[in-house]
Design a protein around this ligand. Structure first.
Ligand code: PDD
Length: 287
């Protein structure tokens, strides 16, 4: 069990880890966050996640609570204290604690930091990848700044619940143009009928997934044809393969959409290859 959390400068037992009722993250979802996959207790794709954290907080006008270097030390120490080798580390930075008022508090209000660590059973996730998972589609109903990684995740939570209630693992948002944006907690990909790898471009209202960005590189290096171009749910059903990417799922084949099979209805070779290549990359970049 992972039992230690970092809360505002202190390592505390998770059972005693609490935040103030006037933390703006709690009252206004006024917080940014990041999630790193852990391989061998190390943070994978560190550059991408730190860069996105700095960008998210910058867009929210929340100061970085400490330098990247200091944050790395604290993240790693939280991981070490939990004795987790394979898992995830979660960091949340809110605008801090202040009497409830929608507008920002005084500029010297310190940001509030929470770090937690969870374990992942890699064997179970490999088994899941060998089997593939189901997704459901759902109308896009999020705000216009999904490029910022904030804890304002209610539409994502509701979409995920919709998926879970029918035995699916992810929900794919579909926008007003009838195009898939992304998953509730992952980016969406297909291997289209022409064999090209396709995922939505980042001009759209999506999170710029770190796994997505690394995988684009990995796929190009592997000689695959890659297109940052949207697809419709019908194109997904007609595709050879589909999969999702994220720090939690890595590269996970999708075999059913709204109860209908994608491709052969089984995980395909491209996703399997990309999963192996991505894990290699994640391990190689981990610090
Ligand atoms: N989710 N899109 C959304 C909406 C996400 O929440 C995530 C990640 C991704 C994939 O991003 P990355 O490859 O950087 O993990 C895409 C994390 C894992 C979460 O909320 O737990």
């Amino acid at each position: 069990m992972s039992r230690i959390a970092y809360v505002n400068g202190r390592f505390v037992a998770k059972t005693d880890a609490v935040v103030h009722i006037e933390d703006r993250g709690y009252q206004f979802a006024d917080a940014g966050y990041e999630v790193w996959a852990l391989f061998g207790g190390k943070l994978s794709d560190p550059e991408g996640h730190f860069a996105r954290l700095e960008r998210s907080l910058g867009e929210l006008r929340i100061p970085m609570p400490m330098s990247r270097k200091a944050l790395t030390v604290v993240l790693k120490e939280t991981v070490r204290r939990n004795r987790v080798s394979e898992g995830l580390v979660y960091l949340q930075v809110s605008r801090g604690v202040a009497p409830r008022d929608h507008a920002f508090p005084a500029a010297d209000t310190p940001p509030a930091i929470v770090i937690t660590v969870s374990r992942v059973d890699r064997e179970a996730s490999e088994a899941r990848a060998r089997k593939g998972v189901a997704v459901v589609t759902t109308p896009e109903n999020r705000w216009g700044r999904c490029d910022i990684k904030t804890v304002g995740l209610l539409p994502n939570a509701m979409a995920k619940q919709k998926a879970r209630e029918v035995g699916a693992v992810e929900a794919w948002f579909v926008d007003d143009l009838g195009l898939v944006t992304e998953g509730a907690s992952s980016n969406a990909w297909i291997v289209d009928r022409d064999g090209a790898l396709r995922t939505r471009d980042t001009n759209a209202n999506i999170l710029r997934g770190v796994t997505r960005l690394s995988l684009l590189d990995v796929a190009r290096q592997a000689g695959l044809k890659v297109e940052e171009r949207p697809f419709t749910p019908q194109e997904a059903l007609d595709a050879q393969e589909a999969f999702i990417t994220g720090a939690g799922t890595l590269v996970l084949p999708v075999v059913l959409m709204d109860g209908k099979p994608i491709g052969s209805g089984k995980p395909g070779p491209v996703a399997a290859r990309l999963r192996a290549l991505y894990i290699e990359h994640a391990k190689a970049t981990a610090v």
